[in-house]
Design a protein. Structure first.
Length: 119
């Protein structure tokens, strides 16, 4: 089973940008869709974006459409989330995992990376 390690979070002012990275283990990375999820304090984990293994398809939650961009580099086993025009409501711990139909393929999660957006 693939293991993931997320990084790139931090504290940023509203309107700012951050780029998250997720490195996954395993030789079959390019065969999996990969997605980003987030969990805010006191809330359920929610889908943010995903990308197909061949990078041809991307899908975004309505709340981030037009502001966030997901991409991947299969040679580096890495998926990215470029977050622009950040809002305080984007504050959450961000996680990545392999996905199918925009749902995580596994119930196991990495440590995630904290994103805090100040107003």
């Amino acid at each position: 089973q693939a293991q993931v390690a997320e990084s790139g979070g931090g504290l940023v002012q509203a309107g700012g940008s951050l780029r998250l990275s997720c490195v996954a283990s395993g030789r079959t990375f390019s065969t999996f869709d990969m997605g980003w999820f987030r969990q805010a304090p006191g809330k359920e984990r929610e889908f943010v974006a995903d990308i197909s293994g061949d990078t041809r398809r991307t899908h975004y939650a309505d709340s981030v459409k037009g502001r966030f961009t997901i991409s991947r580099d299969n040679a580096k086993n890495t998926v990215y989330l470029q977050m622009d025009s950040l809002k305080p409501e984007d504050t959450a711990v961000y996680f990545c995992n392999p996905t199918y139909d925009s749902a995580s393929l596994t119930s196991l999660w990495g440590q995630g990376t904290q994103v805090t957006v100040s107003s």
